[in-house]
Design a protein around this ligand. Sequence first.
Ligand SMILES: Nc1ncnc2c1ncn2[C@@H]1O[C@H](COP(=O)(O)OP(=O)(O)OP(=O)(O)O)[C@@H](O)[C@H]1O
Length: 329
Amino acid sequence: MIELQGLTKRYGDKTAVDDLTFTVRPGVVTGFLGPNGAGKSTTMRMILGLDHPTSGDVTIDGKHYAQLSDPFTYMGALLDAKAMHGGRSAYNHLLCLAQANRIPRARVDEVLETVGLTSVAKQRSKGFSLGMGQRLGIAGALLGDPRILMFDEPVNGLDPEGIHWIRNLMKGLAAQGRTVFVSSHLMSEMALTAEHLVVIGRGKLLADTSMADFIEQNSRSYIRVRTPQPERLKDVLSVAGINPVLTGDGSFEIHDGDPAKVGELAAQHQLVLHELSPQRASLEEAFMQLTAGSVEYHAGVHGEPAAPQPNWGGQWQQKQQEKRQGKEA
Ligand SMILES: Nc1ncnc2c1ncn2[C@@H]1O[C@H](COP(=O)(O)OP(=O)(O)OP(=O)(O)O)[C@@H](O)[C@H]1O
């Protein structure tokens, strides 16, 4: 279990991690999601004791990383797959790690097999593709057979087969009861991998929720209707207590109606419909709304970075507050 309590990191005026409090539990994959520059890597570095918090604390089963008696067998991490000696073969790289951490040589062959690098084990890692480098980094994290694993953006640069493999590996490790903490800036990827989700933006906690709850709350469903007689349709629906909202492309969005009812009303009044389709907003859209304003660099006019928007995650926080108030009432 990894526990963060008010964890904060400032670099001069810049607050990279801002008062983060959450717990990463065993037995599930916890996705750590945030746009570029949100503070994910800084948080992970502090978990490993590679950076010191300005304030707050982070512990692993109640201890600081530096206090763990056998850290390599306790926690494995992939932070930067390129951080290795490129002149060494994959086998020798892992062997050095194993010897430095009193891990038997046989384990090197095992992890090479697990990550699918056995056939290139004697090749120098500097000739490796991005995907092979990621696999080697993951092999290093697995070497001590640790009960806690942490991966920073492990699917970066991988092809679909590699992504599929990593996804299954992480799920398998969690199913064995291990703690698996993995960062990403892709909601779609996390939706397929993680059971629990921690979202940050500009260093602050935006959401700490099960994936199922996040999907339920954010998969907004509505009906899209297209008609050459928009005004008449609007009147007919309004009389029936349904409120269509006209969108920029001339179609209506209906959030409070049922498609069958809308179709029947249109038929009764002999209105032509060109489209009547149930829609579901994507999770990617929900994530972008949640983190809107906490993105460091937006594409602005002529490709210039636009000013960050204030009130990041405001919509989500408002929704949460309304939910809490609803529960209290
Ligand atoms: N050593 C440092 N000195 C100054 N600022 C830093 C330092 N390390 C990180 N930052 C800043 O802290 C913020 C968080 O960076 P961090 O790398 O943790 O974000 P991230 O969520 O991992 O982003 P990415 O997905 O782009 O890797 C960024 O604005 C970054 O520029």
